[in-house]
Design a protein around this ligand. Structure first.
Ligand code: ADP
Ligand code: IPE
Length: 271
């Protein structure tokens, strides 16, 4: 198999890589474990593109300054900058951990390689990502504040970035790492009897009952994630959703090994 046949786009959810209700607090144990699991898959020969979320770095600052609403006043520009700096801080922490474990990541900040219009990506400068991949780097992007042709600036979630990457690069699989085992029939944090759905179609996914995101979430939480998952699967790419709090599930999802996680499988094509 060529390296492109073994391309995985992986979202590292803010709910898992940070402590969501403690501002600027990384989940160090989880981040180190993710690095170790990624290294295993890299050694297997997988090509990786990573995107991380904001968690307790991006979301509280964006909310404080209402950055999602775009330019309102000079103070909102300060909010743009503060949110960018918060995301840079988390990005640097991840990059340093990954590099220290032997993963050749290259931070390609979403803010620098995209422009949005009313919160939706309008242009994406893929050449940086392609060139990084060609040189055997692992691109590391993030959910970010980006310049916006309509609003001045806006917030683009990591999930939206993942959707764009999936459309462009047609990976073998897309993986969303979160803080619960996968997609349940209803919110597992609210309902003890919620059942993990291991292998489902888009139709079954549409019937799932979704709870609200926990902590502060300015990008629409699980509701918005679902919409992007559906679009990716409709494009023919299987989506895996699993826990980054588990020490092995990320490796299992990349390899396609049996485990406790969800796969949303595209419908077989009718010719
Ligand atoms: P992240 O920010 O890490 O990308 P989100 O916070 O957007 O992830 O989504 C994960 C959260 O969605 C989980 O903490 C979970 O409690 C919540 N959630 C609500 N309903 C469901 C459901 N039916 N299945 C799985 N998770 C759900
Ligand atoms: C949010 O990205 C980025 C900012 C708040 C600037 P995400 O929406 O992908 O973050 P998580 O994964 O939900 O924390």
């Amino acid at each position: 198999m060529s390296r492109r046949d073994m391309l995985a786009v992986i979202k590292l959810g803010g709910s898992a890589i940070t402590i969501k209700d403690e501002i600027f607090t990384p989940n160090t144990r989880v981040i180190e474990n993710i690095a170790e699991q990624l290294l295993e898959t890299w050694r297997d020969g997988w090509t990786l593109i990573l995107v991380h979320g904001g968690g307790s770095y991006g979301h509280p600052i964006a909310k404080k300054y209402r950055v999602m609403e775009g330019y309102k006043s000079p103070r909102s520009m300060l909010g743009y900058l503060e949110t960018r700096m918060a995301m840079l801080k988390l990005n640097e922490l991840l990059a340093r951990t990954f590099v220290s474990k032997g993963l050749p990541v290259v931070p390609l900040h979403t803010a620098c390689i995209s422009v949005a219009e009313s919160g939706l990506i309008l242009n994406f400068y893929y050449t940086s990502i392609e060139t990084a991949l060609r040189n055997n780097f692992i691109p590391l992007l993030e959910g970010d504040v980006v310049l916006d042709a309509e609003r001045g600036f806006s917030i683009v979630s990591g999930d939206q970035v993942v959707y764009w990457l999936a459309r462009k690069f047609k990976p073998k699989k897309v993986i969303f790492g979160i803080d619960v085992k996968g997609i349940y029939n209803r919110d597992p944090k609210k309902h003890k009897d919620a059942v993990l759905l291991k292998r489902i179609s888009i139709e079954e996914l549409r019937r799932v009952s979704l709870g609200k995101a926990y902590g502060i979430d300015v990008t629409g939480g699980i509701q918005s994630k679902m919409e992007y998952i559906i679009k990716i699967v409709e494009g023919g790419i299987p989506v895996y959703v699993g826990s980054l709090l588990d020490p092995r599930v990320l490796v299992q999802m990349v390899r396609g090994e049996e485990g406790q996680y969800t796969i949303i499988w595209p419908a077989p094509r009718r010719e």
